[in-house]
Design a binder for this molecule. Structure first.
Ligand SMILES: *Cc1c(COP(=O)(O)O)cnc(C)c1O
Length: 345
């Protein structure tokens, strides 16, 4: 059986700007953001900072740039930074924290649950009594939700304990909140409840919300002033950015819609489990299934027009607004049909 239409569950980054968003973009009020700030950019930055409970914010073209700007400002060359094992900053940003910010990464094990680390380990690395030639630990980089652990959520009390441990040990804290919106919706708490005590946070507008481009990095006013300089240094200053910020503003209004993605992930996981797959219960919009042969599973899925990606030992499906419940149900039907033996002629 071949299917004309593909159901793309590789990532929530495949969500596209719809007609409403394109209209908002085309009619955006613009200025020159490199010269003296674009008015729509300014509005997006102020609104995002307010939602995050931070003093100020800066639009950046990507989450990777938001993270590296924070790292460049927080770290001095050779400083150690701590992050949960398989954090995006460790695995999927081409080592920019080392290449550009000079950081020495120290992954922390997931002792609390998938993607979740423990304040004791933060303390242990931050306060190792050591000779003068030992590393200086400067920064804790958190990730909520944790992408490669399967979109797992760190709740506010656990977040607060990690931040206190870091603070007491004199560390700075950056939060990679590419999918902080998902954590907030899954927990039913405002995003600002998940940023308490951090120095800086990065959030994506281009994941699951339909914006074609854009992230925001937030912190103190003095951080953002410096971040604007580093963004320009990295080539991330844009001129009539209002066209892009207008998409971001609309994305912010759609955060509550992420609940539907979470429900669809649960549906997909239950369906796959019913078909005999080994799959964990998703906490947000990411479903990871353990499979014996990742490459052949992906090929078999692709043959029925269902796109997923590889993770170590498994395949990853990400639900999103452009693959609604009907698509998820259809994906399950196709997978089921492909698994069952062909009916006798
Ligand atoms: C996607 C992602 C990023 C990077 O965002 P880009 O816009 O792709 O550069 C950073 N951290 C996490 C956890 C992500 O999922």
């Amino acid at each position: 059986m071949t299917y004309a239409r593909r159901i793309d569950l590789r990532s929530d980054t495949v969500t596209q700007p719809d007609e409403t968003m394109r209209v908002a973009m085309s009619s955006a009020q613009v200025g020159d953001d490199v010269l003296d700030h674009d008015p729509t950019m300014r509005r997006l930055e102020e609104e995002t900072a307010a939602r995050l409970g931070m003093d100020a914010a800066l639009w950046v073209p990507s989450g990777t740039m938001g993270n590296v700007i924070a790292m460049v400002i927080h770290l001095r060359r050779g400083d150690r930074f701590l992050a949960p094992r398989a954090a995006h900053v460790l695995e999927a940003e081409l080592g920019s924290s080392a290449w550009l910010a000079g950081g020495m990464p120290q992954p922390l094990e997931w002792t609390v649950g998938p993607g979740r680390i423990n304040p004791e380990d933060v303390r242990a690395y931050a306060t190792q009594s050591s000779p003068y030639y030992a590393l200086t630990t400067r920064l804790l980089c958190l990730e909520n939700t944790h992408n490669f652990a399967g979109g797992t959520v760190t709740p506010p009390d656990e977040h607060a304990r990690l931040v206190s441990a870091a603070r007491e040990a004199g560390l700075l804290v950056h939060l990679d909140g590419a999918r902080l919106w998902n954590a907030s919706v899954a927990l039913g708490v405002p995003p600002a409840a998940l940023t308490v005590g951090v120095d800086t946070v990065q959030v994506c507008l281009s994941k699951g919300l339909g914006a074609p481009v854009g992230s925001v990095v937030a912190g103190s006013r003095s951080f953002v002033k410096e971040a604007r300089r580093v963004r320009k240094m990295l080539g991330g200053g844009v001129r009539q950015g209002g066209v892009l910020a207008a998409a971001g503003l609309l994305a912010l209004e759609r955060i509550d819609d992420l609940a539907a993605d979470h429900a669809n992930a649960a549906l997909l996981a239950e369906g796959l489990a019913g078909l005999g797959w080994e799959v964990g219960r998703p906490e947000t919009n990411i479903v990871i299934a353990a499979v014996p042969d990742v490459a052949s599973t992906l090929t078999a899925l692709e043959r029925v027009g269902v796109l997923a990606t590889a993770v170590p030992g498994g395949v990853r499906f990400v639900t999103h607004r452009d693959a609604p419940e009907l698509d998820v149900a259809e994906a399950l039907r196709r997978i089921s049909a492909a698994q069952s033996p062909a009916p006798a002629a």
